[in-house]
Design a protein around this ligand. Structure first.
Ligand SMILES: *Cc1c(COP(=O)(O)O)cnc(C)c1O
Length: 390
C-alpha cells in the first residue's frame, strides 16, 4: 500500500523523525567511561518533565505495567491496604496487579465514563482513623474511557485529613502530555512508560518517587529484585545501572526529552488541549457523544467516542484500518463494541489530527453510522484556525 499509515491509538504513539534518527546508532558500551555523563544529565532533565526537584527518577527496561509493579513492591508490604477507584480497563488492571501481589485492595467501583470519586475517597480515608490504608491509587488518565481525574483534589483530601498514606499515580497516558505536577500535588509514586507522551517505542518503564516514598522502602517487605529501588539508587548515583540498560531507547529518550523541553512542557500541555478540543468539536458535529460523562473529565490525550445504540464500534475501527490505514483504539472490556478511541497523544500537528478525523468519518459511514460527511472535519478545521497562536 503506498503512502503512510496513521497511528491514532493511545500508545504506541507516533515516533518523531528526530527520535528515530537519534536511535539509528551503533550499540554502545554501557560501562564506557563517558556513559555516566550521558545518563546523569538525562535523569536530571527528566525531572522537569515530571515537574519535580525532590523526586528521584527510575528507568527500567520494561513497560508501564512494570512501573506499576516497581511502585508497589518498593514501598508496600504483603497484606497492606490500598484504596483504588476502578473506572476503566487500566485502573482495573492495576487493582488486579495489586491483588495478585497480596495487597488488600479497597476497590471503589465507579461508572465507566466518570473519574476518581473524591467524595468516596474522603469517606473511606476519614473512616480510617488508625491509618491502616497505606496507599491511595489513582489512574490520572483512564486510557480506556478518555477520562482524566483530579490528582490535586486527592492530595487535598489526604492533607485535610492528615492521612499519611502514599499517593500513587498512574501517569502512563498523562505524563508529558497532560498537566502533571509531581511536587506541587504531593505525588509519591508516579508511573509512566516510553510509548505514550515520551514518544518512544515500548520498552521503558519510568517511575518517579518522592522522598517520602523512598523512606517508605525501608519498611516495605515485598520481595523484589529486578525492580528494586535500592540497586538502582546505588548504581544510578554514579550514572550506572544494576543490569544492562536499554541504551538505544535511552538515546531516544534523550532526544524526546530535548524535544519536550525545547517546546516547553506547558506548551506541550496546551497543544494537547487544543488538539483534543478539535477532536471534541468533531465528535459533537457528528452528533455523537464521548464516553467521558462531563467536561471536567474530558481527557486531552484520548477521546473515547460512543457509537449509537445498535451500531458496532469495532466495525468502525476495522474499516478505518482496512480501508484507510488509520489505526483507532477499540473499546475495551465494558465498552467493547460500544466505543472506539481516537488518540491525540504525543507527536501530532493540525493536519495529522484532521487526517485522523477524515478517516474516522469515512469509517463511521462505512459502518452504517449516518453522520454528515465533512461535518467533523469542518468543525475541527474552524476550531484549529480560530485557536492558533499566530
Ligand atoms: C498504556 C497504559 C498502561 C500500560 O502500560 P504498558 O506500557 O502497556 O505496560 C497503564 N496505564 C495506563 C493509563 C495506560 O494508558
Amino acid at each position: 500500500m503506498p503512502g503512510r499509515k496513521f497511528l491514532n491509538v493511545p500508545g504506541p504513539t507516533n515516533l518523531p523523525d528526530r527520535v528515530r534518527r537519534a536511535m539509528d546508532i551503533a550499540l554502545e558500551d554501557h560501562r564506557a567511561p563517558d556513559f555516566p555523563a550521558f545518563t546523569k544529565a538525562l535523569f536530571e532533565d527528566l525531572k522537569q518533565v515530571f515537574k519535580t526537584t525532590t523526586g528521584q527518577i527510575f528507568i527500567y527496561p520494561s513497560s508501564g505495567t512494570g512501573g506499576w509493579e516497581a511502585a508497589i513492591t518498593n514501598t508496600l508490604s504483603p497484606g497492606d491496604k490500598v484504596v483504588q477507584a476502578v473506572f476503566g480497563q487500566f485502573s482495573l488492571l492495576w487493582a488486579d496487579l495489586c491483588r495478585r501481589h497480596g495487597l488488600e485492595v479497597i476497590q471503589v467501583d465507579v461508572e465507566w465514563g466518570e473519574g476518581v470519586p473524591l467524595d468516596r475517597y474522603r469517606e473511606i480515608l476519614a473512616a480510617d482513623k488508625s491509618h491502616d490504608i497505606k496507599g491511595v491509587l489513582v489512574t490520572h488518565n483512564e486510557t480506556a474511557t478518555g477520562v482524566a481525574s483530579d490528582i490535586a483534589g486527592v492530595r487535598r483530601i489526604l492533607d485535610e485529613l492528615g492521612h499519611p498514606a502514599l499517593l500513587y499515580v498512574d501517569g502512563v497516558s498523562s505524563i508529558a502530555s497532560l498537566d502533571f505536577r509531581m511536587d506541587e500535588w504531593g505525588v509519591d509514586l508516579a508511573v509512566s512508560g516510553s510509548q505514550k507522551g515520551l514518544m518512544l517505542p515500548t520498552g521503558l518503564g519510568v517511575v518517579c518517587a518522592s522522598p517520602k516514598a523512598l523512606a517508605a522502602r525501608k519498611q516495605a517487605k515485598f520481595k523484589r529484585c529486578f525492580f528494586d529501588f535500592d540497586d538502582m539508587i546505588r548504581t544510578n548515583k554514579d550514572g550506572w545501572f544494576p543490569y544492562t540498560p536499554a541504551t538505544t531507547l535511552l538515546r531516544g529518550l534523550r532526544e524526546s526529552t530535548d524535544m519536550l523541553l525545547e517546546e516547553g512542557i506547558d506548551n506541550v500541555i496546551a497543544r494537547h488541549h487544543r488538539f483534543a478540543e478539535a477532536v471534541r468539536q468533531a465528535v459533537s458535529a457528528w452528533g455523537l457523544r464521548l464516553c467521558a460523562k462531563e467536561p471536567k473529565w474530558y481527557s486531552d490525550t484520548v477521546s473515547a467516542v460512543l457509537v449509537p445504540e445498535g451500531a458496532d464500534s469495532d466495525l468502525v475501527v476495522k474499516y478505518a484500518y482496512e480501508r484507510y490505514q488509520l489505526s483507532l483504539g477499540v473499546g475495551l472490556n465494558k465498552v467493547a463494541g460500544k466505543a472506539f478511541r481516537i488518540s491525540h497523544l504525543g507527536d501530532n500537528n493540525e493536519l495529522m489530527i484532521l487526517a485522523a478525523l477524515a478517516g474516522t468519518e469515512m469509517a463511521l459511514r462505512d459502518a452504517g453510522i449516518d453522520i454528515e460527511p465533512g461535518s467533523g472535519v469542518g468543525a475541527a478545521q474552524e476550531y484549529l484556525r480560530a485557536s492558533g497562536s499566530w
